[in-house]
Design a protein. Structure first.
Length: 261
């Protein structure tokens, strides 16, 4: 089961699991898109409307998955929402973007990007068989200071910590818990960011959003080029496989080398 998978990284992960011969359940809050995406993925996929931040909703989704496929072996906590740089509020005591965030904005980032992983895991763990797998999707924003998205980065750092904690707690059942930190992918968040860049940087006016994105990627990625949802999916499949039977509590950045600079 992959949360937040009506589009983007989640769909790429789903495709990789399907290619590996798994049956896949995708969940999302988008009631219109989730059945469309599931249909496109094929007969071995099912789509469920579920709130990854709600244990009640995810318990219900888990029961539906087991009813359809008889078992649930792997949970991928992918649900999350990025966000633009937060401009400090007027008369803020600091020019810091983090300290300029409102309490509401901060809480939303924690709910969308950390509570989702916690609540979904808590709902699914009782149904996972011994030897199952949990894969948490964090971000390279978790690995260092994120002045662009401070609340998002803090929440994703919490996902890294949760990964290691659950890895120890679930080790007696041989349930492996690992984390992936994606780098720079063409997502809705980047569509929004490139629009912002065009609005504030006149020299970008004649470039398309994709061209802006690609220029940023080339400038910041040692290996050159963007990462894809399937790059994240391939590592997810490995984590879930018997080839990774002795790997748990690990955090791997799939970012073309960005995080090692």
């Amino acid at each position: 089961m992959i949360t937040g998978a009506a589009r983007g990284i989640g769909v790429g992960i789903a495709r990789c699991f399907l290619d590996a011969g798994a049956s896949v359940a995708i969940t999302d809050l988008d009631e219109e898109l989730i059945p469309v995406t599931a249909a496109e993925l094929g007969e071995n996929a099912m789509g469920l409307v579920a709130d990854a931040a709600s244990q009640v909703s995810m318990v219900k989704a888990t029961a539906q998955v087991i009813d359809r496929f008889s078992r649930l072996d792997v949970l991928v906590n992918n649900a999350g929402v990025g966000g633009p740089k937060i401009t400090p509020a007027e008369n803020s005591a600091s020019d810091s973007a983090a300290l300029g965030m409102s309490d509401e904005m901060w809480d939303q980032q924690l709910m969308f990007n950390l509570r989702t992983a916690f609540s979904s895991s808590r709902a699914v763990i009782p149904s996972l068989p011994d030897g199952g797998s949990i894969i948490n999707i964090a971000s390279i924003a978790a690995l260092g200071p994120s002045t662009a998205m401070p609340g998002y980065g803090a929440a994703k750092a919490g996902v890294v910590h949760l990964t290691k904690t659950l890895a120890i707690e679930l080790a007696p059942r041989r349930i492996r818990v690992n984390c992936i930190c994606p780098g720079v992918l063409w997502t809705r968040a980047w569509e929004f960011l490139t629009l912002q860049m065009q609005a504030t940087q006149p020299e970008l006016a004649n470039m398309t959003q994709r061209q802006i994105f690609e220029s940023v990627v080339e400038g910041m990625t040692p290996l050159g080029g963007e990462q894809t949802p399937e790059d994240i999916g391939d590592l997810s499949v490995f984590y879930a496989s018997d080839k990774a039977r002795m790997i748990t509590g690990q955090v791997v950045a799939v970012d073309g080398g960005i995080s090692v600079q």
